[in-house]
Ligand binder design. Sequence first.
Ligand SMILES: Cc1cc2nc3c(=O)[nH]c(=O)nc-3n(C[C@H](O)[C@H](O)[C@H](O)COP(=O)(O)OP(=O)(O)OC[C@H]3O[C@@H](n4cnc5c(N)ncnc54)[C@H](O)[C@@H]3O)c2cc1C
Ligand code: FES
Length: 256
Amino acid sequence: MHTFPVKKIIEHGPGVKSFYFEQSFEAQPGQFVNLWIPGVDEKPFSVSAIKDGLIEISVKQYGSFTQKLMQARAGDLLGLRGPFGNGFTLRENALLIGGGIGIAPLRLLAAELHQNNKRFVSLFGAATKYELIFKADFKEISNCYFYTDDGSFGRKGLVTEDLLNIIRDEKIEFIYAAGPEIMFVKLKEIIDPLDIPYEFCMERYMKCGIGICGQCVLDGSGVRLCVEGPVLNQDDLKGVTELGMVHRDASGRRIK
Ligand SMILES: Cc1cc2nc3c(=O)[nH]c(=O)nc-3n(C[C@H](O)[C@H](O)[C@H](O)COP(=O)(O)OP(=O)(O)OC[C@H]3O[C@@H](n4cnc5c(N)ncnc54)[C@H](O)[C@@H]3O)c2cc1C
Ligand code: FES
């Protein structure tokens, strides 16, 4: 763990911010870092961009850790450990599906796909327009479909609403997704019968981040999400018996 001063902070909307640090490592899209607030805790966050010598991490406020993080100021010292986990593979004619702050890892992926001249289409959903971050960045490099729960931007509804038509009309051959687990369950119901390959970037409560503690193991498959994930494909997910049903809290207890 090394500490770095926060170089700058951007507020996207209420409770959603990006934190920038001097670039001290390379990362593949999908990989994550453990961010440490001295005296508080450390938690995993995806790298949302690496640009102009800076690493960007984009955070939505949920509980005690992210509340504390929202109080950080430029110049504060925070710890970074990583990058950890695997990354997305780069594919052609892909659809990127992001739910809420799940858009964060897809932003680095989009930059990499664009750099490698790979065509892709973006489909994002969030509760409100304030959580639908990086809209302009994605619009610059891809055809985009946006949804919000309250209709404040794009179409009102969920990303799954018109998915079959988008896949057909955009001639999609591969799907990437990141977001809440219930979104993966709904996506699987639609995509599995089509036999389109996919990669989902998943989240679990993590501690060590390096495969030792067992906190992030997925039942049914034994996959350690911090090492064999967080990006899992359709084959990795076949054995997982708890998708969208249970996760573990800090003590390792299963929570429905
Ligand atoms: C590989 C990986 C990458 C991640 N990348 C990001 C990222 O880029 N940006 C980001 O903001 N977060 C990301 N997370 C989630 C992050 O690590 C924290 O779990 C999250 O910010 C909540 O932490 P907290 O301590 O503030 O809330 P907690 O105190 O842990 O939770 C407070 C409440 O919110 C619920 N909650 C916690 N996490 C979520 C969630 N993800 N969705 C819905 N409800 C939740 C809890 O069940 C609890 O009820 C990632 C997690 C993993 C494993
Ligand atoms: S967080 Fe410890 S094994 Fe994954």
